[in-house]
Design a protein around this ligand. Structure first.
Ligand code: A2P
Length: 280
């Protein structure tokens, strides 16, 4: 198995690479082209952007300029809080597709749950899937309570829940809930935005396997069965993060990494975003 052949099956029947490339804070056409080129050559096939990142145009241009065939890649984007609501969500996705220079994305996510427009936005997502603007629909930053609320009116449920997930925030109950409901959990900030890279226990485990701490963390995600989207703008790191398919963490090592959990978020608390109607 390697990064390029490693796909997960979604509940709607579609397939999604387990490991993808995060494009958060990848800015400027030159850096974008270099990063996407390095990632594609290293075998990454999933590329994850968002309206909020402000780089959809650059992402679309990079694929065009690099000559990457559309059918070789899996593209995710996310609808920002300001664009939630039935009509606004659809309009904003049409604009995203124009910027991305493609007629559909593979996965469309609601970026954060918000109280205003909670159900209307999801209804728009169901309709956009039917209309072919996206192959799959999902959510991001949804906690158990949001998913339980959504199911009271949804015609179909999200197939992916993309959440902040790393060794300092292991989210075991939510992972179990998602698994039990055929929702693939996808980790954003899988490396904890760098916060976890210096942990001694990870260095020790890495030394045993001749791998970096980043590789140990990504392997932990892989063995947990979740999807994950590391981000880097450096070619050597992009390659390193894809080179995790030739070693195995023991159950004891997996447990040692689990024990780093201290409920530490680098991003927003979803419950508060829900209340405030936007990231605060
Ligand atoms: P950079 O883009 O300068 O390489 P996350 O994916 O958890 O948000 O973390 C991404 C952060 O970790 C970025 O700041 C990225 O910086 C850095 N990073 C990504 N891969 C590695 C790696 N293999 N080793 C060290 N730092 C990394």
């Amino acid at each position: 198995m390697d990064i390029q052949t490693n796909y997960l099956k979604l509940a709607d029947g579609n397939q999604m690479p387990q490991e993808g490339f995060g494009l958060y804070k990848v800015d400027g056409q030159k850096v974008m082209n270099q990063s996407i080129k390095a990632a594609y050559e290293a075998g990454y096939r999933l590329f994850d952007t968002a309206q909020l990142y402000g780089n959809e145009q650059e992402v679309g241009t990079a694929f065009k300029e690099l000559g990457i065939p559309r059918d070789q890649i899996f593209v995710t984007t996310k609808v920002a809080e300001a664009n939630q609501g039935y009509d606004q969500a659809i309009q904003s996705v049409k604009e995203s597709l124009k910027k991305l220079q493609m007629d559909h994305v593979d996965l469309l996510l609601i970026h954060w749950p918000i109280e205003r427009a909670f159900f209307e936005t999801w209804r728009a997502f169901e309709d956009m899937k039917k209309a072919g603007l996206t192959r799959s629909i999902g959510v991001s930053n949804y906690q158990m309570i949001h998913l339980q609320y959504l199911v009271t009116k949804a015609h179909e449920m999200p197939v992916v829940d993309q959440i902040e997930l790393h060794p300092l925030l292991t989210q075991k109950p939510l992972l179990k809930f998602n698994h039990n409901h055929q929702i693939i959990t996808q980790a954003w900030s899988p490396l904890g935005r760098g916060a976890v890279l210096g942990k001694e226990v990870l260095k020790q485990i890495g030394a045993v396997h001749h791998k970096s701490t980043a590789q140990v963390i990504l392997r932990w995600h892989l063995q947990n069965g979740v999807a994950f989207i590391p981000k880097s703008v450096h070619t050597a790191r992009i390659q390193q993060n894809a080179d995790i398919y030739d070693f195995t963490l023991s159950p004891a090592e997996m447990a040692q990494i689990d024990q780093l959990n201290n409920y530490q978020r680098t991003g927003r608390e979803p419950e508060l975003t829900y209340e405030y109607d936007h990231q605060y």
